[in-house]
Design a protein around this ligand. Structure first.
Ligand code: KIV
Ligand code: NA
Length: 273
C-alpha cells in the first residue's frame, strides 16, 4: 500500500468528493485514523492538546519532527502533512527551506503546512519549486495571535475579508497544493472556495469548503478545557478516561485488583517462576 500524495489531494478539487482530514500526533491514533482520512495533519496544536501550552507559539521544530515521525509510523494510505512551528519559517525563504527540509527528511512526511497569506507567497514558491509541497493556512492563524489578537472569527470587516481573499489568491499562485481556512465567516469561505483552483480545507469555515479538518482531541472529546463553536464532539473520551482511573483506584484500594486471572502462579510440578 502507498500513501496518498499531495498531488492526489489537489486533484480532488472539483470532483465533488469532500477531502477529510484529522490531526494526529501519535502512532496509535494515526493507525486508527489512517483508513478513514485523506490526510493526517500533525498540527502544532500538539502544544496545546498534548503539552498543556497556552498557545502553539512554544512548539519547537524538534517536537514537530518527533510527532511527525510517530504519525508516519502509523500511516499506510493517508497523506501526512506536518505543521511548521512558529519562528521556523517566517524569517526568510532560506530559513523556511532549511527547516522544512529537516521535517521532510527526518520524518518522511509528504508536505508541510505554513500559516500566512500574501506575505508568505515568496516562501511558498521557494519551497514548492525546490521539492517541498506546501499546505497554506489563512483566516484565523493561531501563530499570529499576539499581532492580531484573539481567536474571534475572521472576515467581518471588508478590509479583513479582502486581505484573506488576497491571501488565498497569493498562496495558490505561489504553488500551495491546498489551503486551510480557519475561523472564517461562511460567505467569505464560500467565495474563496469558488474562486480558488486549489482545494480549501475548512476548520470553522462552513460546509462550503472542499474539505474539513478537526483537531482530533477536540473531535474525540478528549481536550475539554474549552469548546470552540466549530467543534463537534464525535465521542466523549474525557469522562470515560476519568471513570477508568476512578475504577482502577477503587479496585486497588479494595484489593479487588489484581484478581487471580491477572496473577502468575508457580507451575503445579515445576520450579517456581
Ligand atoms: O495545528 C493544527 O491542528 C492546525 C489545524 C487546526 C488546521 O493547524
Ligand atoms: Na497549526
Amino acid at each position: 500500500k502507498r500513501r496518498k500524495t499531495t498531488g492526489e489531494i489537489r486533484a480532488m478539487k472539483g470532483t465533488g468528493r469532500p477531502i477529510v482530514s484529522l490531526t494526529a500526533y501519535t502512532t496509535p491514533i494515526a493507525k486508527l485514523f489512517d483508513p478513514h482520512v485523506d490526510f493526517l495533519l500533525v498540527g502544532d496544536s500538539v502544544g496545546m492538546v498534548m503539552y498543556g501550552f497556552e498557545s502553539s507559539l512554544a512548539v519547537t521544530l524538534d517536537m514537530m519532527i518527533a510527532h511527525g515521525a510517530a504519525v508516519m509510523r502509523g500511516a499506510e494510505k493517508a497523506c501526512v502533512i506536518v505543521d511548521m512551528p512558529f519562528a521556523t519559517y517566517q524569517e526568510s525563504p532560506a530559513q523556511a527551506f532549511r527547516n522544512a527540509a529537516r521535517v521532510m527528511v527526518e520524518t518522511g512526511c509528504d508536505g508541510v503546512k505554513i500559516e500566512g497569506g500574501p506575505e508568505m507567497a515568496e516562501t511558498i514558491r521557494f519551497l514548492t519549486e525546490r521539492g517541498i509541497p506546501v499546505l497554506a493556512h489563512i483566516g484565523l492563524t493561531p501563530q499570529s495571535i499576539n499581532a492580531f489578537g484573539g481567536y474571534r472569527a475572521r472576515g467581518r470587516s471588508q478590509a479583513e475579508a479582502d486581505h484573506i481573499m488576497a491571501g488565498a489568491r497569493a498562496v495558490e499562485e505561489a504553488g500551495a497544493f491546498a489551503v486551510v481556512i480557519e475561523g472564517t465567516l461562511e460567505p467569505l469561505a464560500q467565495a474563496i472556495t469558488e474562486a480558488s483552483g486549489i482545494p480549501t480545507i475548512g476548520i470553522g469555515a462552513s460546509v462550503h469548503c472542499d474539505g474539513q479538518v478537526l483537531v482530533s482531541d477536540d473531535m474525540l472529546g478528549l481536550f475539554s478545557d474549552f469548546k470552540p463553536r466549530f467543534v463537534k464532539h464525535y465521542a466523549r473520551l474525557a469522562p470515560q478516561i476519568a471513570e477508568a482511573a476512578e475504577s482502577f483506584a477503587a479496585d486497588v484500594r479494595a484489593r479487588s485488583f489484581p484478581a487471580p486471572e491477572h496473577t502468575y502462579q508457580p507451575k503445579k510440578d515445576g520450579p517456581a517462576t
